[in-house]
Design a protein around this ligand. Sequence first.
Ligand SMILES: [Zn+2]
Length: 400
Amino acid sequence: MNTRKNHAYLMADYFRSYIKIFPHKISQPNFKSILPRLTMNKIQIIVTVFSIIFMSCTEAQQKEVPTFMNNQKNKYYSTTDSNKLKVSNEEWKKQLDPLTYSIAREKGTEYAFSGNYWNHFETGLYRCKACGQALFRSNGKFESSCGWPSFFEPIAPGTLSYAEDHTHGMHRTEVKCGRCDAHLGHVFDDGPAPTYKRYCINSVILDFEGENEVSKTSAAKTNSTDTATFGAGCFWCVEAQLLQLNGVLKVISGYSGGHVKNPSYKEVCTGATGHAEVVQVVYDPSILSYDELLAAFWQTHDPTQLNRQGNDVGTQYRSVIFFHNSEQQDIAEKYKAQLNKEEVFHAPVVTEISAFETFYKAEDYHQDYYNNNASQGYCQFVIAPKLEKFKKVFKDKLKK
Ligand SMILES: [Zn+2]
C-alpha cells in the first residue's frame, strides 16, 4: 500500500466559502491549532518510513478470500452485460424453470401473497430472474397490501419497457424487462409519492441480491435509518472520520461501482475490477441530514484529484457519491455545482455522482480499521491527523 498523502491543509478562504455553502453545518476551526507543528517535508518522511513498515504488516495480515462462483443462472443471465437480448421462446423454455417461464414468456401471474418478496424488506437489489438485469432497489419498494412486491420506481429510467394490455376486459400497462422482454407485471397510478406509481411485480421473476450486512435495518419499513455510499480514497480514513458523527449508526468498508462479483481487496487494488473503495454509511436522518453527511464527505479527502488520493493512484481511489435515490442525486449535484461555482477548492471538484447498484463488504480485517489498529504507523501518522482536523471542523456534530 502506498503512503496516503495528507490532503493539503485547508486555508481560511476555503472555510469561509465552505461555511457559506453549508451554513450552520460546521464550525469555524481554529487554524493555528490545526496547522501542523512539523513542516510538510518532515511529515512526509515520517509517513513514508512508517508506511513501508506498515506495508509489510498488511501484506502478512491479508488472507485469501474465496472468490465465489459467478452466479450463473442460465446462459443469458448476466449482471454486467446490458445489451438487449433476442432469444426465442423455444430457447427460453430450455433455459428457465417451468414456473418462471410461464410468468416471463406466457404473461402468467402468481397467486397473491404466494411469492417470496411481497413482504420482503431487506436492503439490496432485485434483478430479472431470466436475464440478470438490475430492475429495482429495496429503497424503491414499499409495503402494499396487494400481495405482490410493489415498487414506486425502477432502478433507472431505461430499465423497463411497457406495453398496453387489454386482456381480461381491463386496460392496463404491462411492465417488461428492458433487456430480455420478460413479462414482470403491471404498473398502476395508485402508488406513493414521489412517483405515485405502483409497479406490481411477480416475485417469481425477481432475483434478490442482498447487500451483505446492511440489511434488516428495516429502513424501508420505518424510514428510521437511511443509507449513503461514498468513495473518498482509502476507506480506513473515511470510516474513521465519519464514525465520529452523531447520527451515524454504522460505517462499513467495502467496494462498489465495478463489474466483478464479490471482489477481494487484492483484486480491487489492481484497479481492474472497476470498483471504488467505499464506505456504506447507515445513519439516522432525524439526527444527521444527507446535506451534513455530504459536507463531511467532502471534508474527508481532496475531491479535486481525479482517480487518486495523494500517492494512491487508480480508479479504486476515485472520489464518488453513489446515490440511493433521486433525492440524494439532486442534493449531491446541487452541492457539487455550488462548490465549483464558489471555487471552494483550489481546483474543480471532480467527484463522480452515480447510481448505487451493489455494495460488497470488504474483508473483516478492513472493518473498524483505525480503532483496531490505532498503534500502527499508518493509523498514527496518516489517519490520526486527519481525524483530529475532522473533529475540529465538525465539533458540534460529534458523538458525545
Ligand atoms: Zn430480463
